[in-house]
Design a protein around this ligand. Sequence first.
Ligand code: NAD
Ligand code: DAU
Length: 350
Amino acid sequence: MFEKNILVTGGAGFIGSHVVRLFANKYQNYRIINFDKLTYAGNLENLKDVDTKENYVFFKGDICNREDIIAVFEKYQVSDIIHLAAESHVDRSISGPMEFVLTNVVGTVNLLQVAKEKWDKESNHVFHHVSTDEVYGSLGNEGLFEETTAYDPRSPYSASKASSDHFVNAYYHTYGLPVKMSNCSNNYGSHHFPEKLIPLMINNIVNKKPLPVYGKGLNVRDWLWVVDHARAIDTIFHQGKIGESYNVGGLNEWTNIELVKYLCRLMDSKLNRSEGESEKLIQYVTDRAGHDMRYAIDASKIEKELNWTPSVTFEEGLNATVDWYLENQEWMNAVTSGDYSKYYEKMYQS
Ligand code: NAD
Ligand code: DAU
């Protein structure tokens, strides 16, 4: 008998696998149900260190399919939800927006609706929706995204996430569903699918392939170690106020080009290459359409109210991350076989 039966959607993905690992190891009294469709981005290998634990189960299901959600609720008496399942890559949303509408909007509303139908108002349930800072749009040189910043999504991905956030708030205000929300900046760390900047660059540096930097490389992102994001979700899930949202970020802004150059220097030294060797692989390529200029998070609410701060510096987190990819070449080889190479070749031909 478990105290809570927590449904983690998207638990086989990058951030979801870190959330499942943290919760399954930390809370023996909770059952962690990983609900995932296993799209190209979902990989059960990400969880091979927890999959024999008694408080962990995997349920293959699709949030777009109401019957799958009902089935998992009935099988495990789901008491809480941490919702991460999504289409997550901006470039894919530009080439194919509809999949983002279906998964991120329709899928989220399906989940909200089943939770509303199954949960009685007297019990203490939590529906924690994991969202992104991209819903706030794009900053100039100054300023930070606050929880009160008006939504201004610009890519099909961020428009779909903003829409899902609005539905989460609508279910709170209209039906009293006990929701919490977090909006986080760019994550980096182990088990990150190599279509995203950092793992893509690491893989290409290892293989001496071109390093495609969009535009002039001057766009800015605020990077947070994925383990610290999982810690923030744990904190908000347990201590955050119902109906509120919390920004999560690292106060760690880098232009893309400075970040790629830093990675090149770090990896040259780890791979015993001569200084400057990997930087020669940098290629400036056509910019992303509608490329948001700068993201930066004001995380003072979660820091002051819930006492969360990042546990590592960027240098420490990136060092550990690069070591993980160098030690887990098999993981990288597995996820870059098959369809990945077709996608990758198509992307950089254009
Ligand atoms: P990811 O792409 O690595 O993983 C997504 C997971 O969702 C995969 O395991 C996939 O199989 C699963 N999934 C997709 N469609 C599904 C469906 N219809 N039904 C069930 N499962 C499905 O994504 P990620 O980077 O780990 O992001 C997780 C969440 O965090 C997303 O909601 C994303 O918007 C949000 N987020 C990501 C970042 C980041 O930097 N990566 C930052 C802030 C917020
Ligand atoms: O801010 C949070 C968001 O961060 C999440 O909500 C998204 O799910 C996640 O994918 C991420 O979005 P970004 O678009 O910021 O991440 P990405 O890794 O795709 O790109 C980071 C920056 O690097 C961006 O400015 C585009 C640039 N870039 C990216 C790739 C893949 C390049 O210059 N070259 C590349 O090859």
